[in-house]
Every structure is written in structure tokens, then in C-alpha cells.
Design a binder for this molecule. Structure first.
Ligand code: CMP
Length: 137
């Protein structure tokens, strides 16, 4: 079914000048950009977005990383786009993400406490609705 998802090009992707390359893959796949904006989230916004990770060892480094520079937030639409974008992104760990995916082709393991893995994509219909409300309210 046609769905919407939240995609973030995270601070490492924006800082490395990969926003265009990432958008090109999303557009080539045929997904529709419904809304797009440059964002500099505060701690409160990130705490809402990453509520499920509170208490995990990478939680604080993750929030610090996400406040280290601007991200690009995208409201993306398409048939099965939630699953489809996660497939384009590749798995969380950039070292083992499959070549051909965003993380597999561009992601680097910097040896830091948090995976700086270029993009975020909602993982379910419920997450997408919740996250879109946070970033596009
Ligand atoms: P994201 O899809 O934005 O959701 C949670 C983020 O936490 C994830 O991408 C990574 O940036 C980071 N992350 C998830 N698991 C780990 C982990 N085991 N170690 C370090 N960082 C992680």
C-alpha cells in the first residue's frame, strides 16, 4: 500500500556532502518527496524521536551526534516505502552493510561510540506516523 516514512540524512551525511547522492538514489527508486527541510533539532526533539533507545550505551553519544550539525528531514511517499527505504539504506553497521546500499557504499566505521551511519528511516507504519509528527509538526 502507499505509505509515508520519515527519512533523515543525518549530520555525517550532510557534512560529507552526500545529501544529493542520497536523494538521487531515493528519486531513482521512484519514491516521492512530499516535504523536505533542513533541521537542527534540540535535545527534546531527539529525546522524543529516540525514546526507545533511552538507557542504551549509545543513547547519549547518539543525541550529541545528532546535535553536532544540521540534518535533512524528508517526508517520503511510495508503495511499501517504509520497507523499501530501509532496504536502500542497508543495515545499521556501515562495515557490514551490503554494497549497493547507502550505508554499504558510503558508510564508514569511525570507531566512535555511536554508529554514524548517514541516514535514518522509520521501521514501521506506527513509527513513521509518530516520527513524522515530531519532525513535520
Ligand atoms: P537510527 O536508524 O537513527 O536509529 C538509532 C541509531 O542509533 C542508529 O541509527 C545508529 O546511529 C545508532 N545505533 C544503533 N545501534 C547501535 C549500536 N549497537 N552501537 C552504536 N550505535 C548504534
Amino acid at each position: 500500500a502507499t505509505e509515508e516514512t520519515l527519512v533523515l540524512v543525518k549530520p555525517d551525511g550532510v557534512a560529507r556532502g552526500l545529501t544529493g547522492a542520497i536523494l538521487a538514489r531515493i528519486e531513482a527508486k521512484g519514491y516521492a518527496l512530499v516535504d523536505i527541510r533542513l533541521v537542527e533539532p534540540d535535545r527534546e526533539t531527539l529525546a522524543q524521536h529516540y525514546a526507545e533507545h533511552e538507557g542504551k550505551p549509545f543513547y547519549e553519544p547518539l543525541l550529541e551526534f545528532m546535535m553536532s550539525g544540521p540534518s535533512v528531514a524528508i517526508r517520503l511517499a511510495g508503495n511499501r516505502v517504509i520497507e523499501g527505504f530501509r532496504s536502500l539504506a542497508g543495515t545499521t553497521d556501515p562495515t557490514t552493510a551490503a554494497p549497493g546500499t547507502i550505508r554499504g557504499d558510503f558508510g564508514r566505521d569511525w570507531g566512535l561510540k555511536v554508529q554514524q551511519n548517514l541516514v535514518h528511516g522509520s521501521d514501521s507504519v506506527e513509527s513513521a506516523e509518530r516520527e513524522l509528527a515530531i519532525w513535520f509538526s
